[in-house]
Write a protein that binds this ligand. Structure first.
Ligand SMILES: Cc1ncc(COP(=O)(O)O)c(C=O)c1O
Length: 375
């Protein structure tokens, strides 16, 4: 069994993907070819924003957003303590200061009450200027954008939705990657919508920001190719990846999102009472980038992980360390809330999840996990 079986996906989509790749090879337009333009339109339509700007990866997409907003030294950006490193890395890369905020252990997403406390502290200390909130849609579930948006409005902060894992999730009828003032996603192969290499995109309803991001992604280019208005990046999505993503987006919409939700529900039913299963608040839906459960202790989690590995079941610890314990952030002050917040989620384990599992495989994972707990 594979943790995320991309080979099964390729076998299922092979004729359409092979045709898209062959057509791209025949066109010779490997950089910024028609498939890139077409994909951006498809993505904006799916997500429900006016603009989509594709780029080389999800990290660059976040960086482009911060650059568009001129976030830099002296600025405070609020980031969940429990996320992939890139969410915080981009803040520091811009010379700004990430302020870590604990997550809700039931949703793994930014805790709005803790966010309010942390904003108040930064304002009280008066050393940094609060500028933005990066709210991550961790494991496929949108953050609580209702409450986060209200806080941002009151505090006049910008909201950047890091939807690297969130593409396909929703709150009510509104889809992930449409919630922030700017939202971003990643097409890393294992993401809910993944390509066959690196890729990313930025979404917004603000035409000026979209044009600025597009320019920055192409060396800050002006109206002509060799006129440069800003220091930017070389961050383009390959035409080949765009062509592949258009095929995958269709499958994602037609069957994959539904399939992955089926397997997540099956896990939740079968694991009920054995471990703490993921919690989706009313009206929220997930694209299940990960299916992550909480054990009673790290010892119990580690024993179950070992038992599953022996049975040929791959599992992952997403994530073994929160941001405030990363060596590169050791100079930042640690709030007591971060320590206790981490204590509640460091018992996590992510189980195999993808749209091409079978019911039998999910049942096998669950029975092995339960056996490990009961032994
Ligand atoms: C939450 C989050 N943000 C940002 C990224 C960065 O995306 P990429 O790997 O495409 O640069 C990732 C990728 O793992 C992620 O999970």
């Amino acid at each position: 069994m594979q943790f995320r079986d991309l080979t099964r996906q390729y076998q299922a989509l092979r004729p359409a993907i092979d045709e898209a790749v062959a057509s791209c090879m025949a066109s010779g337009a490997f950089i910024q070819g028609d498939p890139v333009v077409k994909l951006e339109q498809q993505l904006a339509q799916y997500v429900g924003t006016d603009h989509c700007v594709s780029c080389a990866n999800g990290t660059d997409a976040l960086l482009l957003a911060l650059k568009v907003w001129h976030i830099g030294p002296g600025d405070a950006v609020f980031v969940p303590d429990f996320t992939f490193f890139a969410s915080a890395e981009v803040v520091a890369a811009q010379g700004a200061t990430p302020i870590f905020v604990e997550v809700d252990p039931r949703t793994f997403n930014l805790d709005p009450a803790a966010l309010e406390r942390r904003i108040a502290t930064v304002k009280e200390q008066g050393q940094l200027r609060p500028r933005a909130i990066i709210a991550v849609d961790l494991f496929g579930q949108p953050a609580d954008f209702g409450r986060i948006g209200a806080i941002a409005e009151r505090e006049q902060l910008l909201v950047l939705e890091d939807g690297a894992q969130g593409f396909g999730g929703a709150i009510g009828q509104r889809r992930a990657c449409s919630f922030g003032h700017i939202a971003t996603t990643s097409f890393f192969p294992a993401k809910p919508l993944g390509c066959y290499g690196d890729g990313g995109a930025l979404f917004t309803n603000n035409a000026e920001w979209a044009a600025h991001a597009r320019s920055l992604a192409q060396h800050g280019r002006g109206l002509s190719k060799y006129e440069h208005n800003a220091i930017g990046l070389n961050s383009r999505l390959d035409t080949l990846q765009a062509a592949i993503l258009s095929v995958k987006l269709k499958a994602f919409q037609n069957s994959e999102l539904q399939a992955v939700n089926h397997f997540a529900s099956l896990y939740t039913n079968l694991l009920d009472g054995a471990v703490l299963t993921p919690y989706l608040p009313q009206g929220f839906s997930s694209s299940w980038a990960q299916y992550t459960v909480l054990f009673a202790s790290t010892a119990q989690r580690d024993a179950a992980k070992l038992r599953m590995a022996q049975a040929g079941i791959p599992t992952m610890i997403y994530y073994p360390s929160p941001m405030h314990l990363q060596p590169v952030f050791a100079h930042l002050p640690v709030d007591e809330g971060l320590t206790s917040g981490w204590g509640r989620i460091k018992v996590c384990l992510s189980l195999p999840i993808h749209p091409y599992l079978t019911d039998d495989e999910v049942a096998h994972v669950c029975s092995t996990l339960k056996q490990a707990i009961n032994d």
